[in-house]
Design a protein around this ligand. Structure first.
Ligand code: MOS
Length: 724
């Protein structure tokens, strides 16, 4: 009843392009769209179970030992049912993708903003008022908060070196050796983190804003001391995650502990300031990039070494140099990550962890090399496409950078661009264009999905989430394609740990990994239908609700005759990742205007060409690329989380002061998808596209700023003070 598959070679299953119904791949609307647009899709905080109490988190105003001198007085306030200071409610690592995470406790605040109490009351207003009245005394300790002021850890496993880069730098005709910096960033998802917990004495049910349910269930179970089978998490709709909802968060654990203690449902919603202080941020980075090239701009050596930060004992380190392992050639290579242990909020994954900031800096460095060599920036990239993985010597599963560069340059109208900066002026504005390559690793992770086929259609079931990315639409298409059913008769149920465990939404793995599980489940159903028809699966055609094999043709409903067939798919990573290097590629082009008087940068147009295997839904894939490019605008121009120099607290902890691009900041965006089949990506031959669009996007904008006005920025974002 289950097809299980390990991805460890090309074409492990027959390709099914030839049985195409034309459903998979096409521009298909989200089946969840109407419910979302009309407010009928309920998010975590919108659940109102009978007798629900309200919890408000109190955050630490400083770093150090915490005391609450008026705790008993607050407990006696009107409507207050409990003030929890349970050590388990604060997890140091809100990181996810791990079964366990270190517990930090509430007696020591490791960073400003760390939750140290949950106040629960009958109304939200009572809870908020009591939380504000709770006095918090901090015995301040002087722990480091500046990443440049501490001796960083140098984890052995995160360093790699081949050849002699110092010698390559000495002998090279052209060299670049520069430091680039990026800021702390916030995921800034539209839906704040929120949880509603219910406890019936046996089972804990939590509605949460979470990305990775099968991990989150274990994290929550571990946090509150239950076994996982007594924990159910529901997250059918999630209003964006961008990494900040990968791991279980303080609101979830605190709500669960309170519900279990009080025997009543408890809701905890993090307000926007919490979102910025309590949940994971992207680490600021300092990146030293060294490029050694011959006189034609061909790389012979490459160095990319990054300093990132996190709290002590956190396992995550922003993988800044991830793409530098395979993006460009060069026999001499030195790559590494160092970690400064500091007391700012925990650092975790934020939209394309690694490449988003790493490729941005390295693509600016490549632009600097293009200018040093006097070679057109597109041509410089074309000269530096490696034949095989430059570090491991294994082949690429596919490599579409050249195609993306040429397609993008053609559509953008790149040819004939004057190389020199400051060539085009309109009034006060310098106009310039820039480009960058896009790289993002690709992987398949373990995922399961089930399809139940009955007379009226099919139901796809998995605990996979849809965080706005289009999971509902894609899985509907996969199942409808393989089962020959109309989309309207193919229902998708997501976001419930009672369903088979999917991949979760993170690292761009969702569509390809859980999609493959749905694919395998449908293949298993095809096998069962063929058996009922008495034919070979290869002869079977399923179309418009009928099954045809040779001269036999029958309605699916008749074949089922009232029964329900169930097929389960289970995909696991095999050793494909050891045999080939698999990634997705793209090219960004940008045109900007830079005000000569104020230093303001306005986007004029942006274009991206992306290649990420088979495209499952043109609309949702394009939408992901649009989103990535828009985040690129934020990263290039405005986004920066400012930490106070004295205690590291987040100064700009709301969307009024932490600037993400809004409509007026975003120019016309043109996205082109270069369809391909990557046989190493499993039977569906699709790869992740979610995070590709942001990788390098900011680099194209920063390079366009240089072309416009001549300012070569190495500290991002390009705020007016830096541009002038
Ligand atoms: Mo993503 S930053 O792995 O949600």
């Amino acid at each position: 009843m289950t097809i299980e598959m390990k991805i460890d070679g090309p074409e492990t299953v027959n390709r099914t392009d030839d049985m195409a119904q034309g459903v998979l791949g096409r521009d298909s609307a989200r089946p969840d769209g109407l419910a979302k647009a009309t407010g009928r899709a309920t998010y975590a905080a919108e659940a109102h179970p009978e007798g629900m109490l309200h919890g408000v988190l109190r955050r630490a105003p400083g770093i150090g030992a915490v005391r609450c001198p008026n705790l008993e007085a607050v407990r006696a306030m009107p409507g207050v049912r409990a003030v929890l200071r349970d050590a388990r409610m604060v997890r140091n690592a809100a990181q996810g993708m791990a079964d366990e995470a270190p517990v930090q406790g509430v007696d020591e605040a490791a960073y400003v903003g760390q939750p140290i109490a949950l106040v629960v009351a009958e109304t939200f207003e009572q809870a908020r008022h009591a939380a504000q009245r709770l006095e918090v005394a901090i015995e301040r300790t002087d722990l480091p908060i500046d990443p440049d002021a501490v001796e960083p850890e140098v984890p052995e496993a995160k360093q790699s070196s081949q050849g002699d880069l110092d010698a390559a730098m000495r002998n090279a005709a052209l060299t670049i050796d520069a430091d680039y910096t990026t800021s702390s960033m916030n995921s800034a998802a539209m839906e704040p983190h929120a949880a509603v917990a219910e406890w019936d004495g046996t089972t804990l049910t939590l509605r949460g804003a979470l990305q990775m349910l099968r991990f989150n269930r274990n994290e929550l179970a571990d946090s509150v001391g239950l076994s996982a089978e007594h924990v159910r998490i529901l997250a059918p709709y999630v209003g964006g995650g961008f990494g900040s909802k990968l791991g279980i968060s303080a609101d979830c654990v605190a709500a669960a502990l309170a519900a279990m203690e009080l025997g009543q449902p408890v809701r905890v919603v993090q307000h926007r300031r919490n979102v910025f202080e309590v949940n994971t941020r992207r680490s600021e980075t300092r990146q030293r990039i060294r490029l050694a090239a011959d006189a034609d701009g061909r790389l012979i050596g490459l160095g990319h070494e990054a300093l990132v930060s996190n709290l002590p004992e956190e396992t995550f380190a922003e993988p800044v140099v991830q793409a530098s392992h395979f993006a460009y050639p060069g026999a001499a290579r030195t790559l590494g990550i160092r970690i400064a242990r500091i007391h700012r909020p925990a650092a975790g994954s934020v939209r394309a962890p690694g490449e988003a900031v790493g490729v941005t800096a390295s693509e600016v460095a490549m632009d600097e090399l293009a200018y040093a060599a006097g070679v057109d920036p597109v041509e410089l990239r074309l000269r530096n496409i490696p034949e095989e993985d430059p570090e491991r010597g294994v082949p690429f599963s596919s490599h579409r950078l050249k195609a993306a560069l040429l397609d993008g340059a053609e559509r953008f109208g790149w040819s004939g661009r004057p190389m020199a900066p400051r060539q085009r002026r309109e009034g006060e504005w310098w106009i310039g264009t820039g480009m960058a390559a896009a790289f993002r690793v690709n992987m398949v992770v373990e995922a399961q999905a089930r399809i139940r086929l009955h007379g009226a259609g099919a139901v796809v079931e998995t605990d996979m989430t849809d965080i706005g990315t289009g999971s509902y639409a894609i899985f509907q298409q996969v199942a409808a394609e393989l089962l020959g059913l109309p989309l309207a008769q193919t229902e998708v149920r997501l976001g419930d740990t009672a369903l088979p465990p999917g991949s979760g939404s993170g690292g761009s793995v969702g569509a390809a990994s859980t999609g493959t599980a749905v694919w395998l489940a449908a293949m298993e159903l095809r096998r069962q239908i063929a058996a009922r028809l008495g034919c070979d699966e290869a002869e079977l055609t399923l179309k418009d609700g009928t099954a045809t094999a040779g001269n036999t043709r029958q309605d699916l409903a008749d074949i089922l005759s009232g029964a329900e067939l169930t097929g389960t798919g289970h995909v696991k990573p095999g050793d494909a990742a050891e045999k080939v290097r698999q990634a997705t590629y793209g090219a960004h082009f940008a045109e900007v205007a830079v005000n000569d008087v104020t230093g303001e940068v306005r986007m004029r147009r942006m274009q991206g060409t992306f290649s990420a295997g088979r495209i499952l839904n043109r609309r949702t894939a394009r939408s992901q690329c649009h989103g990535g490019m828009i985040w690129g605008i934020g990263m290039a121009l405005t986004e920066t989380m400012t930490h106070d120099r004295r205690d590291g607290h987040v100064v700009n902890r709301d969307l009024a002061e932490y600037h993400v691009p809004v409509n007026a900041d975003v120019p016309p965006l043109d996205v082109h998808l270069l369809e391909e089949r990557d046989p190493w990506a499993g039977p569906m031959q699709a790869k992740g596209i979610g995070e590709l669009g942001i990788c390098g996007a900011a680099g194209a904008i920063l390079n366009a700023i240089h072309h416009a006005c001549g300012a070569r920025l190495r500290d991002f974002p390009a705020t007016p003070d830096r541009v002038l």
